[in-house]
Ligand binder design. Structure first.
Ligand code: KIV
Ligand code: ZN
Length: 506
């Protein structure tokens, strides 16, 4: 009988730890909805102790999602565990996730305690979590660099204390597949009570082996795998969910396991996460990259035309790629707009539809034909929180070959509209300087780029900025058919996110 492997998605926790990938609570909720549609078994919604904003985002997801288990991360301390419980207790199926290091490097250089003391801390944490919640997951951080005998002892002790899932992380992406497979098999052989818990793995991609290691662990009997959409996460990221799922599916006879994922939703989910985090995938990325199903050499094209199986091990439609393009125009009504947005994965309330329809008509008047990519940009652009500290009220630019650039920008603030004119090295620099002067929130611009959403002269421009202030890094985007306006919107959105983060709102 084929066994099921649970898919634990940590896009909203480990994925959001990618520098600049900060998401608002509304964006997190939108992604959680899409993950639920995709069929993940567990959503790790965040790390509530990291900020009040993250706590609130986790709470909203826990309240709203039906179907998947909702979990959030705690260190092995009472305050963190209490905070996780407060954020997830309204979930239909809550789980507390505790992490504590098990390698000597962590025991000595992070905790400065003995192995036994650290083990006892983990056991106490599980006992406390168990007094609040039936499902408790324990992660032995840095397991790949831990002493095996000690690791086995820790696992046995936390299962005895009530852990229902034990997760073995390759925190620093150090493992290689053969050795990782053996470690998982040895855990199953050497931990006497292992059958009382689900065995899970969490692999990082520092050496490019996160997916290979995850699959090796499945071969050895792991029955939960932790992944992120597009493989985003700390440093080089985590195992990419779409790659793990499609490997298990395409090579089902080899792995002899199944997942509950609706693979036809993979492309849509990848696109949503890429847009919202600003971490778009490379064209040649497996499964979801733009070239993943593109055959370019003459020999391959000829082969595919004769028989798809000549060069395809899966079809684009298996992962929801290459959907028929529906083009909307100003004559398309609200019904068509709603239908298309839902197909793209957005849950739209009647009020949101009204607001989006207004912006859709402005866009359709400007560029006549509105493609799916335009709708994606429109729908993600509206996701800024309602209570923005600064709003763009208007702008005017002067720039040319023999005219020094200057920008006049008007911003709505809590105290009314203010306006400043500033010179600059080009219109975007001038506008950003004017905004800096008015907001009084000095930021360092770390990254700035503008892309055309579709390949036409009248295309929407999508600007994305990453800014930093006092060690906090946020990214934000703005769209408009005018690229200077798109840039200004992105910059103002980023400043609003920073200010909201500083005052504890996500
Ligand atoms: O990489 C890691 O060890 C983690 C744990 C919290 C599972 O992210
Ligand atoms: Zn991790």
């Amino acid at each position: 009988m084929e066994q099921k492997v649970s898919i634990f998605d940590t896009t909203l926790r480990d994925g959001e730890q990618s520098p600049g990938a900060s998401l608002t609570a509304a964006e997190k909720l939108e992604i959680a909805r899409q993950l639920t549609r995709l069929g993940v078994d567990v959503i790790e919604a965040g790390f509530p102790s990291s900020s009040p904003g993250d706590f609130e985002a986790v709470r909203q997801i826990a309240r709203t999602m039906e179907g998947p288990v909702v979990t959030a991360l705690a260190r092995a301390v009472k305050a963190d565990i209490e905070e996780v419980w407060a954020s997830i207790k309204e979930a239909r199926r809550p789980r507390i996730h505790i992490v504590l290091g098990s390698s000597d490097i962590h025991v000595q250089h992070k905790f400065n305690r003995s192995r036994d003391e650290v083990l006892e801390t983990g056991v106490e944490a599980v006992r406390f979590a168990k007094s609040l919640c039936t499902e408790v997951q324990y992660s032995t951080e840095d397991a790949s660099r831990s002493d095996r005998r000690y690791l086995f002892r820790v696992i046995e002790a936390v299962i005895d204390a009530g852990a229902t899932v034990v997760n073995i992380p390759d925190t620093v992406g150090y493992a290689v597949p053969g050795q990782w497979r053996r470690l998982i098999a040895d855990i199953r052989r050497n931990v006497p009570n292992i059958d009382r818990a689900v065995l899970s793995v969490h692999c990082h991609n520092d050496l490019g082996m996160a997916v290979a290691n995850t699959l090796a662990a499945v071969e050895a009997g792991a029955r939960q795998v932790e992944c992120t959409i597009n493989g985003i996460g700390e440093r080089a990221g985590n195992a990419a969910l779409e790659e793990v799922v499609m490997a298990l599916r395409v090579r089902r006879k080899h792995y002899r396991v199944s997942t509950g994922i609706d693979a036809g939703d993979l492309s849509r989910t990848s696109r949503l996460v890429g847009k919202m985090t600003g971490l778009t995938v490379a064209r040649n990325k497996a499964i979801v990259g733009a070239n993943a199903f593109a055959h370019s050499s003459g020999i391959h094209q000829d082969g595919v035309l004769k028989h798809r199986g000549n060069y395809e091990i899966m079809r684009p439609e298996d992962v929801g790629a290459g959907d028929t393009q529906i083009i909307l125009t100003a004559r398309s009504g609200r019904h068509a707009l709603r239908h298309r947005l839902e197909k793209l994965g957005f849950a739209i309330t009647p009020e949101e539809l009204e607001e989006l329809h207004g912006r859709f008509l402005t866009l359709a008047d400007a560029k006549k034909e509105v493609f799916d990519d335009d709708l994606f940009a429109l729908a993600t652009d509206r996701r800024e929180p309602d209570q923005q500290r600064f709003q763009l009220a208007g702008f005017r630019i002067e720039s040319g070959t023999s005219v020094p650039a200057s920008a006049t920008v008007s911003l709505g603030t809590g105290q009314g509209v203010v306006e400043t004119t500033s010179p600059g090295d080009g219109p975007v620099d001038a506008a950003f300087r004017a905004i800096d002067e008015m907001t009084g929130v000095p930021v360092t611009l770390k990254e700035y780029h503008v892309d055309a959403v579709t390949a036409e002269k009248a295309a929407l421009g999508e600007a994305r900025v990453i800014v930093e202030r006092n060690g906090s890094v946020v990214s934000a985007s703005g769209v408009s058919t005018d690229v200077v306006e798109a840039s200004i919107k992105a910059y103002v959105n980023a400043i609003n996110r920073l200010v909201a983060g500083e005052s504890g709102r996500s």
